[in-house]
Design a protein around this ligand. Sequence first.
Ligand code: 5GP
Length: 210
Amino acid sequence: MPTDNDGVMIVLSSPSGAGKTTLVRLLSNLDNFEVSTSHTTRQPRPNEIPNKDYYFVNEKEFQRLINNQEFLEYAKVFNNFYGTTRTPVIDKLNKGRNILFDIDWQGADQIKNKKLDYKLVTFFILPPSKEVLFERLSNRDMKDKLIAEERMKQFSHDVLHWINYDYVVVNENLEDCYSKINNLIQAEINNGSKDYDPEYIRKHVEKLTS
Ligand code: 5GP
C-alpha cells in the first residue's frame, strides 16, 4: 500500500498536438513535482537539452537497457523507442517527490499493469475539436502539411485509448486545462472532492470520433 510519505505518479498522455508537453512543463513548477526524463532513440530537436528533455541513446544502448530490465516501461512511438528507467523514479517516489510522466498510452498501460505501491493518477488530454487539432499540427510543421495529415490519421487511433485513463481533460484554453488538472491532482492527493463530468467527456469523444 502507498504511504502518505511516498510521492504520487502522475501520467499525462495525449494524441500528438493536444498540448501535453506544455502542460507537463507547467505542472513541473508545482512544489515537490518533477518530470521523469525518458530515454529515446529519436534524434534531438534543435531546442532540446540532452539529459534534461531526454537521454538520447542509440538503439544498441536502448536494447541493453531492455535486456538489463532497467525499464519501468518502454514503447515504440512513431518509429523510435522511448522508455522510463525504473531506479530514478522509485528513488524519488521513496523520498516523497511527485513524478510527472509525459508518456504515450502504451507506457501508461504498462505502468498501470505493474500495480506498484505508489498512488497513480492518469490523465488523457484531448483537443477541443479536429479542426483546432489540424490547425495546431499544421502550425507546428509549416514545412510539411503531409506530416499534419499523417498525425491526424494517427489521432483517430490514439484517441480510442481515452477509456483507460482516470481523467480526460479537454485543452481548449491552456490556463483552464492546467488548473483543471492541478485541481484534480490536489483532490487525489488530499482525498478531496473531484470536479469532473464523465458524461461531458463521453460526448466530447463521440464528437471527435464521428
Ligand atoms: P516526442 O518525440 O514528440 O518527444 O514524443 C513522442 C511521443 O512519445 C509522445 O506522445 C510522448 O509522450 C511519448 N513518450 C515520451 N517519452 C516516453 C517514454 O518514456 N515512454 C513512452 N511510452 N512514451 C514516451
